[in-house]
Write a protein that binds this ligand. Structure first.
Ligand code: CU
Length: 426
């Protein structure tokens, strides 16, 4: 009996007998665990299957699986979720297994993978496995490669992971709406020899953008370009956890872009090499040094460095509007204009009226502005020297000496050696 026939048999059964799968077959489905918290889960070694070095999903987690003969079985549940973007700001999104983005799926090249997808959304969906080489009918494009998964139904996807690399999953059904609502997840296929492409710390995140009017909770799904929340794994600074790294570790960071514009990712304190794309690993001879890697729409990039230099290093999108939280874009520029009297008079009439400062926007960061409910400040976060004045796609890479191997807990602010901090000259 060929595996291809099994394939067809099982997937046809899943398509035609979806109700069967969800009722009579319920006991045979693997668990679909839910995760409610948005903190970064330290990686745990695979309990079964072939060995691999797990990734760390920034402010997220990896999906458990079960082995069923040769199959590694996962269960995704597409559903409405509430995602905390940062403390004090929660969004109504759509995602998988309790979160947006969904859990990271990790497997090994050569694995036979069966992924059940149960749809608890109010409309149909599918899942496309971005970058994976697979049979055309498993590619997840609604209408083209399969009928859409109706609400309440469960489908099974089955394929063998042909190669290792950096991939993602997202719907290919009512795509504009479902991605604007946060439906996406990371997919990592580890090398079949776990010593190949080794990194001691391997961080992953997806970039998504939302248009959520200050004071509201649900994204406007028809927005094409003018998004006001730029997120990594549906989190905004200061809600993004730091990337905690032990000095001397080999580090890989992998990012995918499912927004409507490109994001030049910039890391301070280091130069790095781009070592992978969603097409595969970059051959060693073809790598070149960078400090910024542009991730275009629908692309993924993996880059690596040796964490030699201790410190608190900024890591952010270099589009400065993407390191801000929700703001009005029609605020007039008033640099050089003394408008304090006018602003005071308008403020008497409209208490939440915001104007740009006459010296810049820094006074926004320092001022405790009254904000609509459920809205994060535009420029926020505090460091050991004062306000950081950032939001959105910004976090800190914290490289420290002597951390334990699997310690990802926040070590606090860097203790600079004496004489190594910029200082005021009198
Ligand atoms: Cu950006």
């Amino acid at each position: 009996m060929s595996s291809r026939r099994n394939f067809i048999k099982t997937s046809t059964a899943a398509v035609l007998g979806a109700a069967l799968v969800s009722k009579a077959g319920a006991a045979s489905l693997p668990e679909a665990p839910e995760e409610k918290s948005a903190t970064t889960k330290p990686p745990s070694l695979p309990p079964n299957g072939r060995p691999f070095h797990p990734v760390v999903t920034l402010n997220g987690w990896s999906l458990p699986w079960r082995m069923n003969g040769k199959w590694k079985e996962f269960h995704l549940t597409a559903e409405p979720v509430q995602r905390e973007l940062t403390p004090g700001s929660v969004a109504n999104l759509w995602g998988y297994n309790g979160q947006s983005p969904g859990p990271t799926i990790e497997c090994v090249a050569g694995d036979w993978v069966r992924i059940y997808v149960t749809n608890r959304l109010p409309e149909h969906t599918t899942v496309h496995w971005h970058g994976i080489l697979l049979p055309s009918g498993m590619d997840g494009v609604g209408g083209l490669s399969q009928p859409q998964i109706a609400p309440g139904k469960t489908f099974a996807y089955e394929f063998r992971m042909k190669k290792s690399g950096t991939f993602m999953y997202h719907p290919h059904a009512d795509e504009m709406v479902q991605m604007a609502m946060g439906m996406m997840g990371f997919l990592v296929v580890h090398p079949d020899n776990h010593r190949h492409h080794h990194a001691d710390r391997d961080f992953v995140f997806l970039m998504s953008a939302y248009d959520i009017e200050p004071g509201t909770m649900t994204p406007r799904v028809n927005t094409m370009l003018d998004f006001n929340l730029w997120t990594w794994n549906s989190r905004i600074f200061p809600g993004l956890d730091p990337l905690v790294i032990r000095q001397g570790d080999r580090v890989r960071i992998r990012a995918g872009n499912l927004t409507m514009t490109n994001h030049p990712l910039h890391l301070h304190g280091y130069d790095f090499e781009v070592t992978g794309t969603d097409g595969g690993w970059v051959p060693k001879a073809a790598r070149w040094p960078e400090v910024t890697v542009d991730v275009a729409i629908g692309q993924m990039r993996a880059f690596e460095f040796d964490a030699i230099y201790p410190g608190d290093w900024a890591f952010h999108c270099h589009k400065s509007h993407h390191t801000m939280n929700a703001m009005g874009h029609d605020v007039p520029t008033l640099i050089g204009v003394d408008h304090r009297k006018v602003a005071r008079r308008i403020n008497n009439l409209v208490p939440q009226y915001m104007v740009m400062g006459d010296k810049g926007m820094a006074d926004h960061g320092a001022m405790e502005m009254e904000l609509p409910e459920n809205t994060a400040p535009m420029m926020t976060g505090h460091g050991q020297f004062g306000p950081i004045e950032m939001g959105g796609m910004f976090t800190v890479v914290k490289v420290r000496e002597g951390l334990a191997k699997n310690d990802y807990s926040d070590p606090g602010w860097y203790q600079h050696p004496e004489g190594t901090v910029a200082y005021e000259v009198s």
